[in-house]
Design a binder for this molecule. Structure first.
Ligand SMILES: [Ca+2]
Ligand SMILES: [Ca+2]
Ligand SMILES: [Ca+2]
Length: 837
């Protein structure tokens, strides 16, 4: 009886669920094809990209709407103020979610209440106190729409027709800076060229009823508002990463329910998301496991079989394999099944057919991995060489950046998470030129600063690649004397050696000129930090002279009054010095015989910094990296002094006992320096690690550690992949060959959301098309870049846009991460080459 009743409840609720939006158990509004999230993700402020928060809509599987909140700008930028969420209340009886928002800077509180009303939601803004006078006319209810999903589509506002523009070309006005709401920590995203005015976009259209994308049912959405005007803006007028913004300004002097929107996203009847067939776009070595992971809508019924089709050389297609579909189960919002076609080993060109869905083709061949690191080493890395002119064929990637050098940073906060303390810890006065720093080094990522910690890792990664794999590949011409780099022009020197040299040149200069390591060499003003274009044009190349007026150039043409010079952040951190000392020791060894003079300089700085850092840390009672396991191993590798090996031996086993997963890579790295009994003692720990690898298979359908942070977990997958490769190389009987391919499969396409390779152009049939590189404004990529991948949005959505490059958490690649990829790729290649013998 009870069962029957439950069944009846389930049936009726399913029926109404399919029709109307309802509040589900994950605390968002849902109907088939539409999810409306209300502050499942809240704003963070500052450096954090804010196109990830507030009221969001996932429309037929794509998060196309976000940023629903009270905002202080027509089209908010990344460093504009964001509201702090003061509370969030889910009312299941009313079917509503209420969120309190606060701007501390203005002592301004507001609330939104979102309530399901049939197929629509009502978004109502409530005020207990009127909008503060200095925000009247500025504070409004905003909702943002993803440009790449709406451009070229139609809209109709109060019956007037229009089309969303592909490129931003609406109109703007300028207003006095005094009227501009404050930006994060008082930073300014714009250079007003001395006008004391800021640019404010004008609306494209205004009205009370708007229907967007009548020509695209999967994007169609209707918004109406009786008690205020709706204004449609193009956020790209101010910033290339801006979205289309719909906005109603809050009325002056009113309290209570002040603005009410009815938002109705269209749902395609009985919509079921197309299966996403995850497989490796690079293809498969014949002997490796070949398992496609198929991501299914929960309302989809899994098929019983899939087939592997072969494209023949006479133009015909043959079914070569038919296999059963195996259920894995639910993981967050989707259901996962697998198709294992490992039995197919014959080299050839294939595709997977699952029901009506057919994948693009891919290779099965011994040589599929041969070129996986070439784009990264030959193209991505040299393009990120700072202080050089970099050219490729007819194209110049960038001129020589920062010719005027770097100034001593004054005490300051920073928009890219750095800080200069009250003491410079140097002999330089604030804003004095520190000579000799504009040499060598690598751009951090999609931005152009030198992160010292990352650059240290980069040199270490290159040394590791050099010592383990000795790649003599020479495709890059590097002249330090001419400050000139040309891609695809061999110059007789292995490129990896030149990259070690280039990284070391900057870091040694820091140690010599500053006396210790800078935390970063970075932009002094936010208005050139978000630069997109030629790195050489970020600054004017002239020394900053505060005695000149802004934008004035001195009579001799050598200095200017424009405060655009980069700064060196020099507050001393002995841990960083220690890290640098370790790296310098290794670099000195690696550079021996290639650049003896630099090798000698690196050695001098290594000894001095190690000595000074040790004393400083003792004085501050710090241990930090000094006592670090990995550091002792690196020091032993670099100096072969027994004390470091003794330190390592004294710690390694307790550290492994404490946490195998976080220590195993270091333990494996030590094997070349150790005897057989070390390896035997390590065995049970490797067995424990293998058991952990097995548990991953039950945690998610991909059998990998999957990160859920603000920066997607690609780096975690890469380091897991690298560790597994090493574990397999040293203990092939414990860590089976099969598991080493999991990380590669993921990176090259076997992952949620879509099945594109996260690495740009490496022999993949379908690499991602857009990345957050420094050419992101062109909706392009720099070959060899590795995207962080799948950004998790609470409570249950993985995302990687491939038509919108601007979210760094999913699409940026970093110099440290991409050199880590070269290690992973090199290790994988070396294992596969044994397999091919
Ligand atoms: Ca940076
Ligand atoms: Ca070369
Ligand atoms: Ca300058």
């Amino acid at each position: 009886m009870k069962k029957l009743y439950l069944l009846f409840m389930l049936m009726t609720s399913c029926f109404s669920y399919a029709q109307d939006l309802h509040l589900n158990e994950r605390e968002y509004f849902e109907r088939q094809g539409v999810n409306v999230l209300v502050f499942s993700n809240s704003f963070n402020g500052g450096f954090n990209d804010e196109k990830n928060s507030g009221i969001e809509i996932i429309h037929h599987g794509v998060r196309t709407v976000q940023g629903g909140a009270i905002r202080l700008n027509n089209t908010p930028e990344q460093w504009d103020l964001v509201p702090k969420m003061t509370r969030r209340k889910v009312d299941r009886e009313q079917g509503s979610i209420e969120v309190g928002m606060r701007y501390d800077d203005y002592d301004f509180d507001s609330r939104v209440v979102v309530t399901a009303k049939g197929k629509a939601v009502e978004i109502a803004v409530w005020l207990d106190k009127p909008v503060p006078e200095n925000l009247a006319g500025e504070a409004g209810l905003n909702l943002e729409f993803l440009p790449s999903q709406y451009w070229l589509k139609t809209y109709s506002i109060d019956g007037r027709l229009g089309r969303f523009p592909r490129y931003a070309t609406s109109q703007t006005v300028t207003r006095p800076n005094s009227e501009k709401p404050r930006q994060f920590k008082g930073f300014k995203t714009y250079d007003d060229r001395g006008t004391d005015q800021f640019v404010d976009p004008l609306p494209i259209e205004t009205g009370h009823n708007i229907i967007m994308a009548t020509d695209a049912p999967e994007r169609m959405i209707r918004v109406s508002c009786e008690d205020a005007e709706l204004c449609l803006y193009d956020g790209r007028m101010l910033a290339q990463n801006g979205w289309f913004v719909l906005r109603s300004v809050l009325p002056r002097g009113k309290t209570g329910k002040v603005v009410t929107w009815i938002v109705e996203p269209h749902a395609i009847p009985n919509w079921i998301r197309e299966p996403n067939i995850g497989f490796s776009q690079v293809g498969y070595q014949p002997e490796q496991p070949k398992v496609a992971v198929i991501e299914l809508d929960k309302k989809d019924s899994p098929l019983s079989q899939a087939t592997l089709m072969r494209l023949n050389e006479d133009g015909t297609t043959t079914e070569v394999f038919r296999g059963d579909i195996k259920e894995w189960g639910d993981y967050f919002k989707y259901n996962y099944v697998k198709f294992d076609f490992s039995a197919v080993k014959e080299p050839g060109v294939y595709y997977i057919q699952y029901g009506n869905v057919k994948t693009n083709d891919f290779l099965i061949d011994e040589h599929v991995y041969d070129k996986i690191t070439d784009a990264t080493t030959d193209v991505w890395v040299p393009i990120h060489m700072n202080h050089m002119y970099v050219t490729e064929g007819y194209r110049t990637w960038h001129g020589e950046p920062f010719k005027e050098g770097y100034l001593q940073a004054p005490e300051s906060d920073h928009f890219d998470l750095h800080r200069q303390g009250a003491s410079a810890d140097t002999k330089y006065k604030p804003l004095e030129l520190i000579p000799g720093l504009n040499v060598g080094g690598f751009f951090d990522a999609g931005d152009f600063d030198i992160e010292t910690g990352s650059n240290i890792s980069v040199v270490q990664n290159f040394i590791r690649i050099w010592e383990l794999f000795k790649p003599v590949r020479d495709e890059t011409f590097v002249s330090q004397q001419q400050r000139y780099v040309e891609l695809h022009r061999p110059d007789g020197t292995p490129d990896i050696m030149q990259f070690i040299e280039h990284g070391t040149l900057n870091l040694v200069a820091q140690a010599e000129q500053i006396g210790h390591m800078a935390s970063t060499l970075s932009n002094s003003v936010l208005d050139n930090y978000h630069h997109l274009g030629d790195a050489a044009s970020i600054t004017d190349g002239l020394h900053y002279d505060p005695s000149l007026k802004p934008y004035e150039v001195s009579a001799d043409g050598k200095s200017s009054g424009t405060p655009d010079d980069m700064w060196a952040f020099t507050t001393r951190n002995p841990n960083l010095d220690f890290q640098a000392a370790t790296m310098f020791a290794a670099a000195s060894r690696a550079l021996q015989g290639y650049n003896d003079e630099l090798a000698q300089r690196a050695l001098v700085q290594s000894k001095r910094l190690m000595d000074e850092a040790t004393k400083l840390m003792a004085k501050n009672k710090q241990t930090g990296r000094r006592g670090d396991l990995g550091t002792n191993l690196q020091l032993y590798a670099a100096t072969r002094e027994k004390q470091y090996l003794d330190n390592f031996n004294a710690q390694i086993w307790t550290s492994l006992d404490r946490n195998v997963n976080s220590t195993i890579q270091t333990a494996l790295d030590a094997i070349p320096f150790m005897n057989e009994s070390y390896r035997q003692r390590l065995r049970p720990y490797v067995e424990k690690y293998a058991a952990y690898i097995d548990t991953l298979g039950t945690q998610n359908p991909y059998g990998l550690p999957i990160g859920l942070g603000n920066w997607a977990g690609g780096g975690q997958v890469l380091s897991f992949g690298t560790t597994v490769c090493y574990a397999h190389i040293y203990f092939p009987d414990i860590v089976r060959r099969d598991v080493i391919f999991r990380a590669a499969d993921w990176i090259y396409g076997c992952h949620p959301y879509h099945n594109y390779s996260f690495v740009a152009a490496v022999g993949a049939a379908r690499p991602k098309e857009v990345f957050y590189g420094n050419n992101r404004a062109d909706f392009s990529f720099i070959p060899g870049n590795v995207a962080p991948g799948l950004l998790f949005r609470r409570p249950d959505h993985f995302e990687n846009y491939d038509d919108w490059p601007f979210l760094w958490g999913q699409n940026e690649g970093t110099i440290a991460g991409n050199t880590q990829y070269i290690i992973f790729g090199s290790a994988l290649k070396s294992i596969v080459s044994v397999l091919n013998e």
